[in-house]
Structure formats: structure tokens, C-alpha cells
Design a protein around this ligand. Structure first.
Ligand SMILES: Cc1cc2nc3c(=O)[nH]c(=O)nc-3n(C[C@H](O)[C@H](O)[C@H](O)COP(=O)(O)OP(=O)(O)OC[C@H]3O[C@@H](n4cnc5c(N)ncnc54)[C@H](O)[C@@H]3O)c2cc1C
Length: 474
């Protein structure tokens, strides 16, 4: 094997593997190294990074199983279906999740072979170099590459004094492998991961308490969506406590004890069979020896990049969770394609203003563009159209009428500025909004597009009509 490549990608997650494939498609000789934290039983590195191994994909598999369970337990009867009280075989649920992970991660090995990307097994460490030739040691191999793409991703942030053993106290890795339904589950952090994991185990019967330090619930989302979500999740039985300060966390017989102060400053104490810590993620820059070659980090320890993911060093790029911006797999993949195309002299771009956000609870939450509170803070004059799923025939037929679509458009130009959805299939519906935002569409454009009937997408259509106060079905 040659140890010289046009491009070396460090990290095989969504940012890394997509960058490697696109660069190879564009004619570069490409290697991708992966340091193997998710080795299969034979010790072979699994590609796919956090997303495929311990993130997006396994969490959605568990969310799906637990949703079916909840429907069988609480939803079927209203439609005349009786199946008795369902039971859950957790090991089967986990095995199914693992099979999906295996299938997808090995699929990427296949894509590497197809695109002639060389997979290097080992941790990438910069050893030197400069423009045109960077030296990186991967395991025992000394590799030289004209250009390097750093896609080393992120890992769970842990709380000081709260050791994670991924048995009783779990981060995202252990949370996706819990082997029995805990009677009580405590979660620290009411962000996306905390809410998704909380939903899985609540649906399967756990009493779930989520402790959140911030005083506001889901403040990153549009204020109306956050309010609706808070109402719905509490009705589902998630005990969400805001404005708490976490104190001592210790393991006790059969579980974990969490001391905390509630929003009124009163000392509280919670005992649970398991604790999930989901308080954000830390960029993986350690062990890269990046500073030794002069790579600049930003104030939050991420690799400092410009809008095209160029670092301060010529020929070194960085994408995904290790750089600024939302820690989302599709954002990492967009940046990856942009970088590969820019390396080839093309005009690859990533529109950070249209990246969709999704929370895969039930109802799902999805948005793209600006929230109402952002528009207010920016002093932008806007109009809003908000339509509930309750007014939609398909949603009624599905028995899934919670939530709404809210469209925000510029008051004078009518250009769509943001779309916010809480409701069934929001993750799929948001794509129409992303297309609209990407092409600078007006609410009138969506209003004039024919939407199939009966579909949930008609709520988007009605929300566009409502921006002009001419909704037809409300
Ligand atoms: C529970 C959970 C659920 C999530 N759900 C979603 C979701 O539904 N949708 C979504 O968009 N995002 C989701 N995310 C976020 C998503 O997983 C990340 O944004 C995405 O994986 C980032 O991709 P990446 O390539 O930048 O990094 P990663 O996926 O973290 O991959 C980085 C890879 O680099 C390797 N590596 C690190 N350092 C080195 C080195 N020096 N040498 C060689 N290899 C190295 C690591 O082993 C890893 O495999 C979720 C995350 C979690 C934890």
C-alpha cells in the first residue's frame, strides 16, 4: 500500500466518510482513518461515527420500537383493535437496533471499496508538514497527504464528579444499550438527546424525571413550539424540572441517587434505577497533535474554520461536530461535500441558514430558518400563519392531531423566514420548508403549489395561506 494520498480524512463519521467518498468521486486518491472506538466483535473498525453507532440511527430504532409499543398499549383501542396489554422484550429490541447499526456501518465499508477509498485502521496524529504535504501517523503507518480533512467529531460531555460507567450512569453510549426497563429513570439535560431517550423509556413504562439547569424549556426552538411540546410531554408523563442545580450524584443499592436544588432553591433528592447524563457534547481535538502543527482552535475548543471549513493552515480543512455550528449529521455531510468540491476547484457551498433541526419525539418537532423570538430580537417585521393538525383530514384519520405548522414570512416581501412544526411526521414535512428557504420562496409560492389530498403536507399549504389570512380550512 502506498502511504501517499492526495487527501487524508481523519475520522469515519458522517463528516469523514462522506468527504472521503465525494473526494474519491472527484478523482483524488483518498484514505480515511478511523480510530475504532466502536469495534465489532472481531476488532474491525466500524465506520459511521457517532451517528451510525451510538447516535442518530440506534436512537431512532429504539424510538420506533417504543412508539409501536405505546400505540399498542394506548392507541389501538380507540380504533377498535384489541391486543391485550403488550409486553416488551428489551434484549430483542436492542438486538434489532444492533442489526440495523451493523447493516449500515458495514454498508459504508462497501461504499469505500466501491469508491476506492483506502480505510486505515488507527488514530490519526499529525507529525508535521506544511502546504502540499502533511504528515500524519495512523497507528504504525506514516502517511503523507496533500490535503487533510479533520472530521473527528464529538463525544458526550460528562459532569464533574459524576463518573459514567455506562451501566448505572450512562451517556449516549450506555443509554442506547439499557438491558431492561428501569422502574425509575433520571436524566440530566432536557435537550434533544435527553428528550428522545426519555421518550423511549417512558413509553416502555419507566417513571422518567428530566432535570434541566436552564429556566426555559427547549429555548432553541420557536416559543410556540416549545410551549406546546412542554404541555404534550408533561401529559405523556415526562416529569421535566427546569432551573435545577445538580448536587452530589452517587450510586446506591440498585441505582443512583441524585441530589439537586429545584428552581425555588429547595434541596431535593431523587433515586432512580439508571441515570442518563445528556448535557451536550465536546469536540474531539485531543490526541490529534493539532496544536503542534499550528492548528488554531476557537474559544470553545473547536477547530477554527471559515464558512468554507478552511482552517488557518493551507490544505487542512475541518468539518462536522469538531467545528462551529449545530452538531447534526446532515450539517456534517453538507460541509463534507462542500470541502471535497472546493478542493477540486468547484464552488461547493453549505447554506447554514437552511439547516433543518429535528427532535424525534412524538409528536416530532422540526424547524428551519428563524424562530419568532429571533425575528423579534432582530427587529424584523414578519407575519405568521399557524394551522393546527386538528384541522387536517389525514391527521384525523391517523388519530394523530397534536400540534401545528407555523410559517413566518417577511411582512413586506413575503419571503419565508422560518417554518416550525410540531406534529406527526414533522421530520419529513420540514423538507418542503428547507426547499422554500433555499430558493428564497415567498409564502405565496407555497400557497400556489398543489399539495396532495389528503396529506399532512396540506397543513404546510394552509399555513402559507394563513400568512395572507386566507386559510381555507380553518
Ligand atoms: C444519541 C444521539 C442522537 C443523535 N441523533 C441525531 C439525529 O437524529 N440527527 C442528526 O442530524 N444528528 C444526530 N446526532 C448528532 C450526530 O450523531 C453528529 O452530529 C454526527 O455524528 C457528527 O458527525 P461527525 O462526522 O462530525 O462526527 P462523529 O460522528 O462523531 O464521527 C467522528 C469519528 O472520528 C473518529 N475519530 C476521532 N478522532 C480520531 C482520530 N484522531 N483518528 C481517527 N479517527 C478519529 C471517531 O472514532 C468517530 O468515529 C445524534 C447524536 C447522539 C449522541
Amino acid at each position: 500500500m502506498s502511504n501517499k494520498f492526495d487527501v487524508l480524512v481523519i475520522g469515519g463519521g458522517p463528516g469523514g466518510y462522506v468527504a472521503a467518498i465525494r473526494a474519491a468521486q472527484l478523482g483524488f486518491s483518498v484514505a480515511c482513518c478511523e480510530s475504532n472506538p466502536y469495534a465489532d466483535p472481531k476488532g474491525e473498525p466500524r465506520l459511521g461515527g457517532t451517528c451510525l453507532n451510538v447516535g442518530c440511527i440506534p436512537s431512532k430504532a429504539l424510538l420506533h420500537t417504543s412508539h409501536l409499543f405505546a400505540e399498542a398499549a394506548h392507541g389501538f383501542a380507540a380504533q377498535g383493535i384489541s391486543v391485550g396489554a403488550p409486553t416488551i422484550d428489551v434484549p430483542t429490541m436492542i438486538r434489532r437496533k444492533n442489526t440495523i447499526v451493523d447493516q449500515l456501518t458495514s454498508g459504508i465499508n462497501g461504499l469505500f471499496k466501491k469508491n476506492k477509498v483506502t480505510l486505515l485502521k488507527g488514530h490519526g496524529v499529525f507529525t508535521g508538514g506544511g502546504e502540499g504535504a502533511w504528515q500524519v501517523r495512523v497507528g504504525e503507518e506514516a502517511i503523507e497527504a496533500g490535503q487533510v480533512i479533520i472530521a473527528t467529531g464529538s463525544r458526550a460531555r460528562h459532569l464533574p464528579g459524576v463518573p459514567v460507567d455506562n451501566k448505572l450512569v450512562c451517556d449516549n453510549v450506555g443509554a442506547l444499550d439499557i438491558d431492561a426497563v428501569p422502574k425509575k429513570l433520571a436524566i440530566i439535560g432536557a435537550g434533544v438527546i435527553g428528550l428522545e431517550m426519555g421518550s423511549v423509556w417512558r413509553r416502555l413504562g419507566s417513571e422518567v424525571t428530566i432535570l434541566e439547569a436552564l429556566p426555559d424549556f427547549l429555548s432553541v426552538a420557536d416559543i410556540d413550539v416549545a410551549r406546546e411540546a412542554s404541555k404534550v410531554f408533561r401529559k405523556q408523563g415526562l416529569d421535566i424540572q427546569l432551573g435545577v442545580t445538580i448536587g452530589e450524584v452517587k450510586t446506591v443499592e440498585n441505582g443512583v441517587s441524585v441530589a439537586y436544588t429545584d428552581k425555588d432553591g429547595v434541596a431535593q433528592h431523587l433515586e432512580a434505577g439508571r441515570l442518563i447524563v445528556s448535557v451536550g457534547r465536546v469536540p474531539n481535538t485531543e490526541g490529534l497533535n493539532a496544536e503542534a502543527v499550528g492548528l488554531k482552535l476557537d474559544e470553545r475548543g473547536r477547530i477554527d474554520v471559515d464558512a468554507h471549513c478552511r482552517t488557518n493552515l493551507p490544505g487542512i480543512w475541518a468539518v462536522g461536530d469538531v467545528v462551529r455550528g449545530p452538531m447534526l449529521a446532515h450539517k456534517a455531510m453538507e460541509e463534507a461535500v462542500m470541502v471535497a468540491e472546493r478542493m477540486a476547484g468547484q464552488a461547493g457551498h453549505c447554506n447554514f441558514d437552511t439547516i433543518p433541526w429535528v427532535i424525534y419525539t412524538h409528536p416530532e418537532i422540526a424547524w428551519a430558518g428563524k424562530t419568532e423570538q429571533q425575528l423579534k430580537a432582530d427587529g424584523v417585521a414578519y407575519k405568521a400563519g399557524k394551522i393546527p393538525f386538528m384541522a387536517n383530514g389525514r391527521a384525523l384519520g391517523m388519530g394523530d392531531t397534536t400540534g401545528f405548522v407555523k410559517m413566518l414570512a417577511d411582512a413586506s416581501t413575503d419571503r419565508i423566514l422560518g417554518v416550525h412544526i410540531i406534529g406527526a411526521n414533522a421530520s419529513e414535512l420540514i423538507s418542503e420548508a428547507v426547499v422554500a428557504l433555499e430558493f428564497g420562496a415567498a409564502s405565496e409560492d407555497i400557497a400556489r403549489i398543489c399539495h396532495a389530498h389528503p396529506t399532512l403536507s396540506e397543513v404546510m399549504h394552509e399555513a402559507a395561506l394563513a400568512c395572507d389570512k386566507r386559510a381555507l380550512h380553518l
